[in-house]
Design a protein around this ligand. Structure first.
Ligand SMILES: O=C(O)[C@H](O)[C@@H](O)[C@H](O)[C@H](O)COP(=O)(O)O
Length: 249
């Protein structure tokens, strides 16, 4: 487990641009030492803005996308193409362009299944766990994630791990979530166990409404109340904030 490093940017726009530059540089760096590279994407406002910024960067052409696998930290259990799916938003911002123009194989886009192809969030979580295990080394449950992006909700949730929810203590790589306080109620998420195997975990958050929980998480508040408190990379844990999110009342 690594110490948390906090980087503060002036506003949400600069934060998204900087996170995009960091992400592309991280992938390039990793490609010089290993292949494939595994990246976990996030939904959320800043996370999606960062993907859009990555799409517009000239560095996008420097990455060998044929050697990159994309995953999600969580998904809203909604049908393929639903505008509220994290996958749909990430595809529109970046992923579709990578497949169409930059050689990312569609088979490397590991979306979490919705109700159009599975019978339940449990079935989707099981299918995602199987896909993760298929790409993992040996008996590992998940691939070694080179970078795992997370947004954070104003309640301190990350992925679909919400305060006080039973999913916080789930074992295994993935968990079906029912009764999410943020709609939609049904979701699928990576567990803490899976998230915390990543080499690098980056929490990206902007806005004054995130400040209290960001401060609580960085202060090591109990993970049951502030799930963001419980995420760490094995090599590095980065908190990428804007000024408003870093300025606790
Ligand atoms: O499904 C979701 O809701 C997201 O996966 C969630 O974890 C998100 O990243 C945070 O809630 C931050 O979202 P905002 O940046 O939009 O506040």
């Amino acid at each position: 487990m690594s110490a948390r490093l906090v980087v503060v940017h002036p506003d949400a726009e600069v934060l998204a641009q900087a996170a995009a530059a960091r992400l592309l540089t991280r992938i390039l760096d990793m490609q010089s030492v290993r292949r494939p590279v595994h990246v976990v994407l996030t939904g959320g406002t800043v996370g999606t803005a960062a993907l859009a910024a990555a799409a517009a960067s000239p560095l996008v052409g420097a990455v060998d996308w044929s050697g990159v696998h994309l995953w999600w930290g969580d998904e809203r259990y909604l049908p393929t193409g639903d505008p509220d799916r994290n996958e749909t938003q990430a595809r529109a911002a970046l992923v579709d362009a990578l497949v169409a123009s930059h050689g990312l194989p569609e088979a490397h886009v590991h979306a979490i299944a919705g109700p159009d192809t599975t019978d339940s969030p449990e079935a989707s979580a099981a299918a995602y766990a199987a896909e993760l295990a298929r790409l993992a080394d040996g008996d590992a449950a998940v691939p070694v994630f080179d970078v795992l992006l997370l947004g954070m909700g104003p309640d301190g949730h990350v992925a679909s791990l919400f305060p006080g929810h039973e999913a916080l203590t789930a074992v295994g790589a993935t968990v079906a979530v029912h009764g999410s306080p943020k709609p939609p109620a049904e979701r699928v998420s990576l567990t803490f166990d899976a998230i915390n195997t990543a080499r690098e975990v980056w929490v990206v958050a902007a806005g004054a409404e995130k400040a209290e929980q960001a401060a609580a998480a960085l202060g090591g508040h109990d993970v049951t109340d502030v799930p963001a408190s419980g995420v760490h990379g094995t090599d590095r844990t980065l908190w990428l904030l804007d000024t408003a999110a870093s300025d606790a009342p």
